[in-house]
Design a binder for this molecule. Structure first.
Ligand code: PEP
Ligand code: MN
Length: 372
C-alpha cells in the first residue's frame, strides 16, 4: 500500500508525527519512506509493507497528513502501474524530460576512443539539435584481452566537450561502484558541464549489489538494460531494486535477446515489449537498435535493418533510443560494424520523426474510434 502525503508536509510537525506514530504501531507492517524532490515541492510517499490486506484503505485515507492511498497488487511496488495510480510517469534531469510520453535520441560512441572522435560526434549532435548522447568509458567485454574502455582517464575531456556542445545528458555504462564515484568526482572537477545517466548493461541486469548501489544514490538517473537471457519479469524486478533503494529515475532498456532465433541479427529484436513495459510500469522505455541488430545490412528497399527496427520501436511508443554512431567506424575500438556514420545522423533523426508522428497519429485514431 502506498500512502501519499500532502505536498510539503512538515516532518517535524504534529500532523506528520501523529501519522507516523499510528502507522509504525500497526501490527506486522513496516513503513518505508520515499521522498521525491521536485522543482516546486517535495512529495513524500510511505510504503506500507507486510500484511496490508488487513488494512482499510478508507481508514488510512482519513489519517492526518494523508493526501491519498493506492493499494498495490503487483510485484513492482514503486515502479509498477497500479489501479487508480496517478503518480507521475516522467522525471526531469538536467533540463531534459524523460517520460512515457517523450522521445529522446541518445546517438553516440559505443566506446570512447579519441578526443577527436568525441568532439566530431558532439559537434554533429549539436548541429542536428540533439542534447543527449551515449559515450562508453567502461566497457564490459566478453574477451579479457579486448579493449576495456579508457575508464576515468577519458572522463574530463568527454565532459568538457559535452559542455562545449550543449550536451545535457550522457548515457554511460558503469560496472562497479567506483565508476559512479569517478563520474561524480570528474563532473565536479570540471564544473558540472553536463549530466550523466548511468547505464547498467545486460550482463549486469541481475547484479543486485550494483543495482542497490545505483539505487541508493539519487545524483544520476539509471538506464537499466534488459537481461539478454532472462524473462521480462526478472528484468522488471531488477529495475524495482533500483527504485526500492530510493532511485526511481529509471529508464528500462530493450536491447534484444540472445538466441540463434534472431539470426542473422546479433540478437532477437524484442521491441514488441515497448507497450508491455509501459503498461506494467511507469518507466520510460528505451530501445537499442544497434545492439539488437548488430550490422549495417540493408533491406531491398535500401533502408538499413537498423533503421527499420528503430522505426518499429518508435511506432510502438518507445521513449528513448540508444544508438551507436562513429565518425570513422573502421577505426572504432568496439562495435564499429554496427555504427551509423555522422552523415547518416540527419536521415536517422528524420526517419525517427516520421515514425513518432505515425505513433502519435495511431494513438489519436485509437482514441477517436473508442469514443465513437
Ligand atoms: C552498450 O550499450 O554499449 C552495451 C554493451 O549494451 P548491452 O549491455 O545491451 O550489451
Ligand atoms: Mn556496443
Amino acid at each position: 500500500m502506498i500512502v501519499i502525503l500532502k505536498p510539503d508536509i512538515d516532518k517535524t510537525g504534529p500532523e506528520y508525527l501523529a501519522l507516523m506514530e499510528h502507522l509504525t504501531h500497526l501490527p506486522s507492517i513496516q513503513v518505508r519512506r520515499h521522498e521525491e524532490r521536485g522543482v516546486h515541492q517535495v512529495l513524500t510517499e510511505l510504503y506500507l509493507i507486510g500484511n496490508t490486506a488487513a488494512l482499510s484503505k478508507e481508514d488510512i485515507q482519513g489519517l492526518p497528513g494523508v493526501d491519498r492511498v493506492v493499494r498495490i497488487s503487483e510485484p513492482y511496488r514503486v515502479l509498477g502501474r497500479h489501479k487508480d495510480d496517478s503518480r507521475a510517469t516522467h522525471f526531469d534531469y538536467n533540463g531534459v524530460r524523460f517520460g512515457q510520453d517523450t522521445l529522446n535520441i541518445f546517438a553516440g560512441l559505443c566506446a570512447v576512443d579519441t578526443p577527436q572522435h568525441v568532439e566530431l560526434m558532439m559537434k554533429a549532435l549539436r548541429d542536428n539539435g540533439q542534447v543527449c548522447t551515449r559515450m562508453g568509458a567502461y566497457k564490459p567485454r566478453t574477451n579479457p584481452y579486448s579493449f576495456q574502455g579508457h575508464g576515468k582517464n577519458c572522463l574530463p575531456y568527454v565532459f568538457e566537450l559535452a559542455g562545449k556542445y550543449g550536451i545535457k545528458v550522457i548515457a554511460m555504462e558503469v560496472t562497479h561502484e567506483s565508476h559512479i564515484d569517478e563520474i561524480r568526482d570528474t563532473l565536479k572537477l570540471t564544473g558540472n558541464p553536463t549530466g550523466v545517466m548511468l547505464q547498467i548493461g545486460t550482463r549486469n541486469t541481475q547484479n543486485f549489489e550494483l543495482l542497490k548501489i545505483a539505487g541508493r544514490q539519487q545524483d544520476f538517473p539509471v538506464l537499466l538494460k534488459r537481461g539478454f537471457g532472462i524473462t521480462l519479469e526478472e528484468s522488471l524486478n531488477a529495475a524495482e531494486y533500483l527504485a526500492s533503494e530510493g532511485n526511481r529515475k529509471v529508464v528500462f532498456g530493450l536491447r534484444g535477446m540472445k538466441t540463434n532465433m534472431g539470426d542473422p541479427h546479433r540478437n532477437l529484436v524484442d521491441f514488441a515489449h515497448v507497450p508491455v513495459v509501459k503498461r506494467l510500469t511507469r518507466m520510460p522505455v528505451c530501445i537499442d537498435p544497434s545492439h539488437s541488430v548488430g550490422s549495417r545490412d540493408r533491406a531491398p528497399d535500401r533502408l538499413l535493418d537498423l533503421m527499420h527496427v528503430t522505426a518499429q520501436g518508435v511506432i510502438a511508443g518507445a521513449n528513448m533510443i540508444l544508438v551507436d554512431f562513429h565518425p570513422a567506424p573502421a577505426k572504432a575500438l568496439v562495435d564499429g560494424p554496427q555504427a551509423l556514420l555522422l552523415e547518416e545522423l540527419p536521415h536517422f533523426i528524420e526517419d525517427v520523426r516520421i515514425a513518432r508522428e505515425a505513433y502519435e497519429a495511431r494513438v489519436k485514431l485509437g482514441d477517436r474510434v473508442r469514443a465513437e
